[in-house]
Design a protein around this ligand. Structure first.
Ligand code: U2F
Length: 449
């Protein structure tokens, strides 16, 4: 970082649900390694639960923020929204206690910059009060961010389900029906919509908006965001820039199993860390996989095994493996993997691009339907289902197309092009690296160093 006059103290504030903390932690790790003289202080704020999946990094100190659960709290079957609401009702007081702990631990050195998840809009006011820069990070799909940025315009027009959002730069190909049900007409003063509306209102005040994407994936969005925000920095894919191994070991031997199979012949199935499909749909999925005859690896929490059809695990023990945790990024990067049945969480989409693996999309909530639409309708690197859920016969057809058919070859080819673009973005002179440097300069410059 060069000679110092006063130390930098950068505070990262994570949204402690889903896979939000991991990409922010990757960014913190990348910035900490770019601090050559090692004098800056990096404090990372998240809940104890979310921190438990983050590996220790020497330069980063983690501080716990209360999320409304006690240590013994079992939250297995709670809806994701309930957990979020409980947390949001405690914000920002729960952060204030952790802030004090961090400033004390660093010998009284106050924050010189806040880098926060875009969902935590209150942090703009905190930065303003401290008169320090505020950088906000959007961890979901960038097209989804555009729907929030332009939400007023979308809501003003009287649009029906099939209408295209092409009147917004970069959203051509998306339809009203790809947005969450309550996006138009929902109450902006309650729950998640309130959180998203607050975000939309405060983003233009941020000194920079950072996205986990790469320049060129959506060129129209790149230029739109550059004009909407004071500064816009796509720095992804963060999983390539600085991989964070959330759960270290391949304890079920997935990679070894993949080694025994032909290139592009195995389908990987996972629906991320937040959503759970209804039991009946899991059973359809199992039937479809079995009758397709395609080899598979399925990441499925043990508590959902009860929904698998009788005898399924036994009948398919040669065909596939069902395990509670998969080293997903590695599995998707393996050449035997030929398709990914997914909910289209943004980290999963990026990891699939990094492995050039076409997708079979079953989105559920949040940014997922929009991500899925980009995959199937715009980048044309995957297929979806006609109805809302998975049906066994349709799954068999999807897998035929993607794993065995000519269409799948075309998708893989287009995926390879996206992968090359992603790799060059994180390469030495790549756009994501340049943006990371610009971000670093912001931290140093504005902190008076
Ligand atoms: C929320 O996303 P999720 O956590 O549900 O899903 P992803 O963004 O796809 O991230 C899942 C991560 O968990 C990893 C996988 C991804 O990095 O590699 N993983 C794994 O390593 N092994 C497993 O067996 C299962 C998962 C939200 F629901 C989405 O809509 C958002 O797009 C996302 C980002 O904001 O957060």
């Amino acid at each position: 970082m060069g000679p110092t006059s006063s130390p930098c103290h950068v505070a990262f504030l994570a949204f402690p649900f889903g896979t939000h903390a991991a990409p922010l932690y990757s960014l913190a790790t990348a910035l900490a390694s770019a601090d050559d003289d090692g004098t800056a202080i990096f404090s990372f704020f998240t809940s104890a639960r979310s921190a438990s999946s983050l590996p220790p990094v020497p330069r980063i100190k983690i501080f716990y923020v209360a999320d409304g659960t006690t240590p013994g709290h079992v939250a297995l079957n709670e809806s994701p929204h309930l957990k979020v609401d409980r947390f949001i009702s405690m914000v920002p007081i729960n952060f204030n206690d952790a802030f004090d702990a961090s400033v004390t631990a660093s010998g009284g050195i106050g924050f010189t910059c806040l880098i926060t998840d875009a969902f935590l809009s209150f942090s703009g006011a905190v930065a303003k009060k401290l008169a320090i820069p505020w950088i906000t990070v959007w961890t979901g799909g960038p097209s989804n961010l555009a729907t929030h940025v332009h939400a007023d315009l979308i809501r003003q027009k009287n649009l029906s389900n099939e209408d295209d959002l092409g009147f917004i730069p970069g959203l051509s190909g998306l339809r009203i029906k790809d947005l969450p049900d309550n996006f138009v007409g929902g109450d902006l003063t309650k729950g998640f919509l309130k959180l998203l509306h607050g975000m939309k209102l405060t983003l233009p005040d941020a000194d920079a908006v950072v996205c986990n994407t790469f320049q060129g994936l959506d060129p129209d969005l790149d230029s739109d965001f550059r004009s909407e925000f004071k500064r816009y920095y796509p720095v992804g894919p963060l999983s390539l820039l600085n991989p964070v191994q959330t759960k270290p070991e391949d304890r079920f031997g997935c990679i070894k199993w993949l080694e025994q199979h032909k290139p592009h012949s195995v389908v990987y199935v996972s629906f991320g860390t937040v959503v759970s499909l209804p039991g009946s749909e899991l059973a359809e999925l199992a039937h479809g996989l079995e009758s397709s005859g395609v080899h598979f690896i399925w990441s499925l929490k043990d508590s959902f095994r009860e929904f698998l059809p009788d005898g399924f695990l036994d009948r398919t023990k040669e065909q596939g493996m069902v395990v509670a945790w998969v080293p997903q990024a590695e599995v998707l990067a393996h050449e035997s993997t030929g398709a990914f049945v997914t909910h289209c969480g943004w980290n999963s989409v990026l990891e699939s691009i990094a492995g050039a693996v076409p997708l079979v999309c079953r989105p559920v909530l949040g940014d997922q339907p929009v991500n899925a639409r980009m995959v199937t309708g715009v980048w044309r690197v995957g297929v979806g289902f006609e109805g809302k859920g998975i049906e066994r016969g349709e799954l068999v057809k999807c897998l035929e197309k993607v794993v065995k058919g000519e269409e799948g070859k075309g998708m893989r080819e287009r995926m390879r092009r996206l992968k090359d673009m992603a790799l060059s973005a994180v390469g030495v002179e790549g756009s994501s690296m340049r943006n990371l440097k610009a971000l670093m300069e912001m931290l140093v410059g504005k902190s008076g160093r």
